[in-house]
Design a protein. Structure first.
Ligand SMILES: C[S@@+](CC[C@H](N)C(=O)[O-])C[C@H]1O[C@@H](n2cnc3c(N)ncnc32)[C@H](O)[C@@H]1O
Length: 264
């Protein structure tokens, strides 16, 4: 694993880093900016460091020459960790400029000048016109009104090899054997806790109206497979490492990206 590049603090004193970090708050990622913690009071503890410790061993320790796309990068914790592992190209995207400003500042302080952060919706990944060796899609699925579409778009347009995935999960942690087909009159399996289920949240959950869905583990696994991802590893309760696989069924993926010129 590569160390933080030498060369100080992006020219900033500790006091300047503290002041700027405060101005850029509130932070969701508790980053260590040369001794300055950005979210020391995080409700999940030292987050996402604590999370990462539980599954970091499942990722290649050397990403030399590899490209990484971090979707919903927030303040860039995973983007910067992948750069530490030597990735040649790291692009973090998020739709929230507030978090992207934090990510750019963190990269500057830590000396990772070539990590790129761009404002973008997950729905627009097709516009990147580029595939990545590792796509990170951590903690975003359940914030989306159309979660399966996001997975389909990632599979169709940007994933070239590995997908690192995480979702909040609620309900059963069991996974039941699902038959290839059922008759119209069979209904009892839908009441099994281990049947793939997504709980729809019409109002709010955890004081966050962007929490639209809470899938159980079986639903997460089934959705990943259905979108064309083979699950290679499940190193932590909420985390899956996947590899691109053939999509089991032909299905439409919108927005489509065509090569037709306007008016054609
Ligand atoms: C819970 S945070 C997860 C951050 C980080 N990936 C992690 O695992 O620590 C969700 C992030 O996804 C971003 N996000 C939510 N919906 C998005 C969308 N439609 N397109 C791009 N980013 C989105 C949010 O702005 C936020 O930074």
């Amino acid at each position: 694993m590569k160390d933080v590049p030498d060369g100080g603090t992006g020219g900033l004193s500790r006091e300047e880093i503290e002041t700027r970090a405060r101005e850029l708050g509130p932070w969701f990622h508790n980053l260590d900016l040369r001794g300055v913690p950005t979210a020391p009071e995080h409700f999940l503890g030292d987050y996402p460091n604590i999370k990462f410790r539980g599954f970091s061993h499942a990722l290649p320790s050397d990403l030399s020459g590899k490209s990484v796309l971090d979707i919903g990068c927030n303040a860039g914790f995973y983007s910067l960790e992948m750069k530490r592992r030597g990735a040649a190209r790291v692009l973090g995207i998020d739709h929230d400029e507030h978090y992207l400003a934090q990510a750019r500042f963190a990269a500057e302080v830590l000396g990772f000048d070539d990590v790129e952060f761009r404002q973008m919706e997950v729905w627009d990944v097709g516009a990147l016109g580029e595939r990545f060796d590792l796509v990170i899609f951590m903690g975003v699925l359940y914030h989306l009104r159309h979660p399966l579409l996001a997975l389909d778009l990632i599979r169709e347009h940007v994933a070239d090899d590995l997908l690192l995935f995480q979702s909040m999960q609620r309900g059963s942690g069991e996974v039941m054997e699902v038959q290839a087909n059922y008759t119209f009159w069979q209904t009892e399996m839908f009441d099994q806790p281990a049947w793939p289920k997504m709980h729809f949240i019409e109002h709010e959950y955890a004081n966050d109206w962007t929490n639209w869905w809470a899938p159980n583990r079986a639903a997460v696994e089934a959705m990943l497979r259905s979108s064309g991802f083979e699950i290679l590893d499940h190193p932590e309760e909420e985390v899956f490492l996947c590899r691109v696989a053939p999509t089991p069924r032909q299905h439409a993926v919108y927005p489509a990206r065509g090569n037709r010129s306007p008016g054609a």
